[in-house]
Design a protein around this ligand. Structure first.
Ligand code: ATP
Length: 236
């Protein structure tokens, strides 16, 4: 059973196609890693899935065909996209950023519970609750961006290079959270990550893109053991 199924996804910018015929899937509560070299088309794939750019092919999420839906409509169906660069509201406080994530929710007590849960995941969000988000460090902003996405109670969290520019310790802290999401938030994850070692160690499944096409796909453990992947991405 899959939560997200992508078939024959083709997309790009203007006349130029960047990704071609991409297939991928994410199972409920599972993590799929999307890997590939710089410029392979990973970010473009995420943008096409979440309706930020035009595409061909089919994207089905939780039984819904996402054809023709705007990125807002996709978000309301339960896909939360944390873009590269994080996209927090720099002038708003940490607390208000978290509440923005919950704007579409009507269950006030659930929102309060989830605020507490985010703060226990990342205590810095409590200690800096009243600070402007723009004053947080890069790692703290990533924690805020992920937490803001969780506040919408998504079924699928789409993360674009959460480790970009972060120190290894902070990256570890963020990646250690991924298995918890399945257990405590019932959330699946589609993650683009340059650090293939890290991503393959935590993911259930992986897809490797090369020049906008799927070069390899399967269980993360199998992909991690593949000689070509080891040479190209794992440094072994
Ligand atoms: P990276 O790991 O460097 O982020 P990526 O695998 O995520 O790379 P994409 O960002 O999807 O790759 O870029 C794929 C191709 O699409 C690149 O050639 C890039 O220059 C081009 N591209 C990306 N964004 C745009 C845009 N907004 N307009 C035009 N071309 C773009």
């Amino acid at each position: 059973m899959t939560l997200l199924t992508v078939r024959g996804l083709t997309a790009g910018y203007g006349e130029g196609e960047v990704i071609h015929d991409v297939d991928l899937a994410v199972a409920p509560g599972a993590t799929t890693a999307l890997l590939g070299a710089n410029g392979a088309g990973k970010t473009t794939t995420l943008r096409a899935i979440t309706g930020m750019i035009a595409r061909r092919g089919t994207v089905t999420f939780d039984g819904h065909d996402l054809a023709g839906l705007t990125s807002d409509q996709v978000a309301r169906l339960g896909i939360a996209h944390v873009p590269q660069g994080r996209g927090t509201f720099a002038q708003l406080s940490v607390q208000d950023n978290l509440l923005v994530g919950a704007l579409s929710r009507r269950d006030r007590s659930g929102v309060a519970t989830d605020l507490d849960r985010c703060r226990s995941l990342f205590p810095i969000l409590a200690t800096r609750a009243r600070s402007a988000a723009g004053t947080l460090s890069g790692g703290e902003q990533q924690m805020l961006a992920m937490s803001r996405a969780l506040m919408a109670r998504p079924r699928l969290l789409v993360l674009d290079e959460p480790s970009l520019g972060l120190a290894p310790g902070i990256t570890r802290q963020i990646f250690d959270l991924l298995p918890l999401l399945r257990v405590e938030w019932d959330t699946a994850v589609l993650v683009v990550e340059q650090n293939a070692n890290l991503a393959l160690a935590l993911a259930d499944d992986a897809v490797v893109l090369e020049n906008g096409r799927v070069a390899m796909a399967g269980a993360a453990a199998e992909i991690a053991g593949h000689d070509d992947v080891r040479r190209a991405y794992l440094g072994t």
